[in-house]
Design a protein around this ligand. Structure first.
Ligand code: 8X3
Length: 260
């Protein structure tokens, strides 16, 4: 995918225990990165890390102490000229949707949890790892957003508000860091059939979850998005892919989905 680097490059992927995160960890390992796989479910992470020659680090992005532990792990695994160590790529992938309730009856607790993981989780991890990214001399942050960060849809406001928040945070960070050796990107997928996204949204209701993809000839799969993330992360140092929206051919717009 990219030419060989003169030294092993390191990447952190959050939410790496399944779906887009796990596929991204594999894609970055294929591209030559030593990958730190971070997520809450450490057993799944260990299997993935063993498979790709990476490192598993238990991390809950909603817990500041847990995020500090991730930063400490990066510092010890990739020593650099500063105490923070060095990190080449950070993929902020941990996130998700809870519920599909209309604004009138939505549970504020669900909205709080979505804001915690999709926005504040990215904030915490980015804050903790920016010193190591800076120390690499060419850091890349790829935030996994969503088409939900660009439009509204019925029942989706808790999630779309959070993903809009992530999008704005990404844009703001790019403004704030201009002139520094750090690139800031967002990859925003549309309809991706993963094992857990819709299942989590519908509280484990497998029938409801699978109906999201009913009749859609070919929704994206996690590997499609991982491929895009790895591409963004491996452009030459002067190239910043600000945002990349990726949807299946059958999805012309959020509400315009071809079904057979
Ligand atoms: C997932 C895309 O359409 O479920 O981020 O909001 S959607």
């Amino acid at each position: 995918m990219s030419s060989a680097a003169p030294f092993p490059r390191t990447a952190v992927v959050t939410g790496a225990s399944s779906g887009i995160g796990a596929a991204t960890a594999r894609a970055l390992a294929d591209a030559g990165f030593s990958v730190v796989c971070a997520a809450r479910r450490v057993e799944r992470l260990e299997a993935l890390a063993a498979e790709i020659g990476g490192t598993a680090v238990a991390c809950d992005v909603t817990d500041p102490e847990s995020v500090a532990g991730l930063a400490a792990a990066v510092a010890s695994l990739s020593p650099g000229s500063t105490a923070a160590g060095r990190l080449d790529v950070l993929v902020n992938n941990a996130g998700g949707a809870i519920g599909l309730d209309p604004v009138e009856s939505a549970d504020p607790g669900d909205w709080t949890r979505m804001y915690e993981v999709n926005v504040l989780g990215v904030l915490r991890v980015t804050q903790a790892l920016l010193p190591a990214l800076r120390a690499s001399g060419d850091g890349v942050v790829v935030n996994v957003g969503s088409t939900a960060g660009r439009v509204a849809y019925e029942g989706g406001a808790g999630y779309t508000a959070a993903k809009h928040g992530l999008r704005v945070m990404t844009e703001t960070l790019r403004l704030e860091l201009v002139g520094e050796p750090i690139r800031i990107s967002e990859v925003a997928p549309g309809m991706v059939a993963t094992e857990e996204f819709s299942l989590n949204r519908f509280g484990g209701d497998a029938d409801r979850a699978s109906s999201v993809y009913d009749g859609v000839p070919d929704p994206l799969v996690a590997e499609d998005v991982a491929d895009a993330i790895a591409w963004v992360a491996t452009r030459p140092a002067h190239v910043n892919i600000d945002e990349l929206v990726i949807k299946p051919r059958a999805q012309a717009a959020q509400h315009k989905v071809h079904r057979v």
